[in-house]
Ligand binder design. Structure first.
Ligand code: TXA
Ligand code: MG
Length: 325
């Protein structure tokens, strides 16, 4: 793939918006670091982010919106969230808050969680892109997995040239470190990641200290804590060739479950065509649907390459929920 170099002018912004609306990947400047954007409502587009970064694990992504109204369409910010939004948006602060029911964000963006990280960036170019797209944009830092975050378009190209549709050059990022991430829980707020807004500044705004990050282990729901990963509540069996009696079935590619007479509501197929992007896009919604049945889930083998690595990481951890903490 040829990566288009887009300039920070109305044509560049319009092209970036068009590519993103078509399911493309566009890196663009924010005030913190360059983000690798995709339409957060499109599961296959979001799957391409993980593919381009070579990320072996699905973590929840930050959703970028142009303004507070856009954030409120996605999340219940609550009193503390609204106070922080008024003080620091647009700017280098991300709020993790309960996902609104029916919010237009695909499950892969939130890694299947009931919460969503939202941010309103201040960079005028990021603002222009978000308004051109007119959809929420998922954007992790625009670097290959394991490398440092890019703060210029040249850094982005050094890592991702040929792997993404375009980079929109907005010059050097002024903040240079990622956004501060605050988790908003029913019993208070916690610091999930230090970043561009100092902790003390956030605490002064809230009038109370931020708790250290607290994650709930799978199956343990303590109020006030934020889940780090979605995990099914039922047992999960991996590398299955077919479902046993009493199991629900999560297939991939050619599928024996229908021929075995398993009723349609007890089986899903991540991708009948064996397409890993499609499978990644479907993973969390399918796991949730089968989890809701309440029986154990048998999962077909998924190839260990490309996005298959992250898919297998997720189902492996679903199969051993106690170890993930
Ligand atoms: O400055 C930034 O925040 C940059 C620029 C591009 O905006 N973006 C960025 O995004 O750093 P990302 O996707 O790499 O940040 C992801 C981190 C996750 O690793 C996780 O720690 C946290 O954000 N996060 C996002 N959604 C979450 C959720 N629902 N629950 C818990 N943590 C979440
Ligand atoms: Mg990063």
């Amino acid at each position: 793939m040829r990566t288009e170099r887009l300039q920070a002018d109305p044509n560049g912004v319009a092209r970036a918006g068009e590519l993103l609306r078509d399911g493309g990947l566009v890196a663009f400047a924010t005030e913190t670091v360059y983000g690798l954007g995709a339409d957060a409502t499109d599961g296959v587009a979001v799957a391409r982010i993980f593919e381009a970064k070579g990320r072996p694990r699905f973590n929840p992504l930050i959703v970028h919106v142009a303004d507070l109204a856009g954030a409120e369409r996605l999340a219940h910010l609550g009193e503390a969230g609204l106070r922080l939004a008024a003080a620091f948006w647009p700017g280098p602060l991300t709020l993790v808050a309960p996902l609104r029911e029916g919010a237009a964000v695909t499950a892969l963006t939130t890694a299947g969680l009931d919460t969503v990280g939202v941010r309103v960036p201040a960079h005028p170019l990021a603002q222009a892109v978000l308004r051109a797209v007119d959809r929420p944009v998922a954007a992790p830092s625009a670097n290959p997995s394991g490398r440092i975050s890019p703060t210029t378009a040249a850094h982005v190209l050094a890592g991702l040239d040929g792997r993404i549709d375009a980079v929109l050059d907005g010059g050097a990022c002024s903040v240079g470190v990622e956004s501060t991430i605050v988790g908003l829980g029913p019993e208070g707020s916690c610091l999930l990641r230090p970043g561009g807004v100092p902790r003390e500044t956030v605490e002064a705004c809230l009038g109370q200290p931020l708790a250290p990050p607290q994650f709930q282990g799978a199956g343990v729901t303590a109020p006030g804590q934020l889940a780090s990963h979605y995990a099914p509540t039922v047992p999960v069996r991996l590398h299955a060739e077919a479902p046993f009696d009493g199991e629900a079935w999560l297939g991939f590619g050619e599928d024996p479950a229908a021929a075995l007479g398993l009723p349609a509501e007890r089986r899903r197929n991540l991708s009948p065509a064996g397409d890993l992007r499609e499978a990644a896009a479907a993973l969390f919604a399918d796991l949730r649907a089968l989890d809701a049945i309440g029986t154990p889930i048998a999962v077909a083998a998924v190839p260990e390459h490309g996005l298959g690595l992250a898919i297998n990481d997720r189902v492996r951890r679903a199969a051993s929920p106690r170890s993930e903490g």
